[in-house]
Design a protein around this ligand. Structure first.
Ligand code: PGA
Length: 253
């Protein structure tokens, strides 16, 4: 049984005030009977505040990016060890906004994945195709290539300590979500690719869906066999909508 995970990617949104309000609101809405995992991914400057608000909380803390390097003269970069030191237990790797806006290649993403693991962080590896690639029938080839880059460099055993997030680029922030069946198809292909290398690990790795998940579409997406929760952008900025999505994940067991 895979435990669903709902992770809130705040992207470049927030402030001290929003961090306080949102985390207090989320904390107040949790139920001791909840079994799904919940995580927030605030921007770097708010991680330490978030950590102080989440002491003894069930809400896990993660970051949105990390450096490939451990330390040194890399102005503006943040290392895996720093994230860990700030209370993070997870980090996004290869989000499509990093791939497209910052030119992160599959190789860089694979290096970041390994850097995260080496520091004991849970990497959440994001993969997904653009609209053009989907229209050209390349969805599975693109996602498979993105996953293969990490499988080849880190090995299937490393995936056992990671999470994969399928995020079709055309569904991110657009209000246009993949249908549950479109998403399930790609999730099944991702799992099959991992299972071909190790059936046990392939069956265990959580694969999240991301891209315009909202309170009103989460339940039908999470009900799919190979979808183990979601990576939520816009709807994670309100405690009410993020909690509603988290409720849907709790009901998807
Ligand atoms: P969205 O973003 O929920 O706002 O579409 C998801 C993501 O990019 O992680």
């Amino acid at each position: 049984m895979r435990t669903p995970l709902v992770a809130g990617n705040w992207k470049m949104n927030g402030s001290h005030e929003l961090t306080r309000d949102l985390l207090t609101g989320l904390e107040a809405g949790l139920d001791p009977a909840d079994r799904a995992e919940i995580m927030v991914l605030p921007p770097f400057p708010y991680l330490t505040l978030a950590r102080s608000l989440l002491v003894d909380s069930a809400i896990r803390l993660g970051a949105q990016d990390l450096s490939t390097r451990p330390d040194g003269a890399f102005t503006g970069d943040v290392s895996a060890a720093m994230l860990s030191d700030c209370g993070c237990s997870a980090v996004l790797v290869g989000h499509s906004e990093r791939r497209t806006l910052h030119g992160e290649t599959d190789e860089v993403v694979a290096e970041k994945f390994s850097a995260a693991l080496a520091a004991g962080l849970l990497p959440i590896l994001c993969v997904g195709e653009t609209l053009e690639q989907r229209e050209q029938g390349q969805t599975e080839a693109v996602v498979s290539r993105q996953l293969a880059a990490v499988l080849q460099s880190a090995g299937i055993a490393a995936l056992a300590q990671a999470v994969v997030a399928y995020e079709p680029v055309w569904a991110i922030g657009t209000g246009r979500t993949a249908t549950p069946l479109q998403a399930q198809e790609v999730h099944a292909a991702i799992r099959a690719q991992m299972s071909a290398e190790d059936a046990t690990i392939g069956g265990q790795v959580r694969v999240l869906y991301g891209g315009s998940v909202k309170a009103d579409n989460a339940a039908e997406i999470f009900a799919q066999q190979d979808i183990d929760g979601g990576l939520i952008g816009g709807a994670s900025l309100s405690a009410e909508s993020f909690l509603a999505i988290y409720r849907a994940a709790n009901q998807s067991f």
